[in-house]
Design a protein around this ligand. Sequence first.
Ligand code: DHB
Length: 390
Amino acid sequence: MQKRTMIQAAIALALAGTGGAALAQANVFKIGLILPMTGQQATTGRQIEAAAKLWMAQNGDTVAGKKVQLIVKDDTSLPDVTRRLAQELVVNEKVDVLAGMGITPSALAVAPIATQSKTPLVVMAAATSSITEASPFIVRSSFTLPQASVALADWAPKNGIKSVVTLVSDYGPGIDAEKYFKDRFLFNGGKVPETLRVPLRNPDFAPFLQKVRDLKPDALFVFVPSGAGAAVMKQFGERGMDKAGIKLIGTGDVTDDDQLNDMGDVALGVVTSHHYSTAHPSAANKKFVAEFQKANKNLRPNFMAVGGYDGMRVIYEALKKTGGKGGGEALLGAMKGQIFESPRGPVFIDAQTRDIVQNIYLRKVEKKDGQLWNVEFDVIKDVKDPGKSK
Ligand code: DHB
């Protein structure tokens, strides 16, 4: 009799325990943020994590009655690791949303998990056009390379650049940048004597730059991922390419604000097209930059930070709209069609494509107050990803 009471008491206690845990789980909203925090793409992880934390510091961690929990995991930018981490986050942690994705192969590795588990995946960095087509549960807050490249191919021929050699990292976003720049530049009457692709991992730019020197085009168009621009710029200068009369142009990834200030005078005058500059002169951006720098030892937020910050907004708004009731499909529905003012300017999450529609700016590197900035001088408004019209 006594034994039975003890067992009953033990069961009651265990049930109360699980009940409590289940209740706690029900009141928590988990965001699994997978980023490259170490390795070649570590600056992307550092920027996005800092931006996500800034968003939470500014907006609180209770939304629609739920406690928001950010779980940050380091995938070292290896897609097999990204996939394993996403699986663990979905199965063990039961995250409500997956987010991050520093490079295209990581986003593509996680897409089937998002689809199977009906978990929204907010892509905050990776920028190959086709990513949003890899799963109906993907929403993107970064940009696409076709979106960023076309504006430069329209600008260049009007500004004395008639021949261009392209040099891109040999994977999704590089191939997108090469194709969309080249096709538009040829359409505009330009010439592309050579297209060069360099490996993503441990690239050696020297032999490629030598080739460009020999070909002597008016300009070299470059796409390399965030964090790799300084190496290109350094070797471009060391080989005297600028002195030989070859201009450097590219998407804004090459004059990444995370590194720009350390690139030196070789970066002066470089024209790029992109969706975000730390120097974007809006009140919203000035506030964002000041608060980001204050919280991060004066680190400049770059375009990766803005992708992370806006991605958090998209998640918070979806949680609010669904009244905390959640469910992957409901959250996804509430992410589609959002319109808001980002530090980069006005943006729109296209409900059909789940991709971001945004302004693309032409910018030139200038020195102001002893620092280098991507200074915007023209804008193409509300640009949809041209890759989606295929
Ligand atoms: C990707 C990564 C980057 O760092 C970048 O600047 C653009 C695109 C990517 O892998 O998709």
